[in-house]
Design a protein around this ligand. Structure first.
Ligand SMILES: [Zn+2]
Length: 141
């Protein structure tokens, strides 16, 4: 079941449970050793869900969020409205790293990111995760 984030609960309050479940199912099914330890699930504007897993590499392999963004683009989904990452070993929902916050903010300035708080899961606008963000001329001419 999906909890829409624009249902009057106010921005950031609704958590897309289906998204969390998709990332959780993937990481439980596919986490492997040290190379693939986090799964991400992104909600496309058209309604579908696209998932991806991180690819660890010491040179800076892509996080699960970035893999999900690329997988979405590969399906023609260039507008994402929400994203979540879930770690293996029962780590649960994980916040995006700094690089992912920048990428998400640049490509999807309106996206909501599911994060774990002391009061449970919460969907927060990416700009709240990256205040005073650097703005590349590539993304903000
Ligand atoms: Zn990251």
């Amino acid at each position: 079941m999906t909890t829409d984030t624009s249902d009057g609960m106010g921005p950031g309050m609704g958590v897309d449970q289906e998204l969390v479940e998709a990332a959780t199912r993937l990481v439980v099914a596919r986490a492997r050793g040290d190379d693939h330890t986090v799964a991400a699930a992104a909600r496309c504007r058209a309604g579908g869900i696209v998932t991806g897993m991180n690819v660890y590499h010491f040179t800076g392999g892509p996080c699960a969020e970035l893999v999900a963004i690329g997988a979405a683009a590969g399906q023609g989904a260039y507008e994402l409205t929400a994203i979540v990452a879930v770690g293996d070993g029962g780590r649960g929902v994980m916040p995006p790293c700094g690089r992912c916050r920048q990428v998400l903010s640049d490509y999807f300035p309106e996206i909501e990111v599911v994060v774990a708080t002391e009061n449970g899961l919460r969907a927060v606008p990416v700009r709240e995760l990256l205040p005073y963000a650097y703005r590349s001329a590539d993304h903000n001419p």
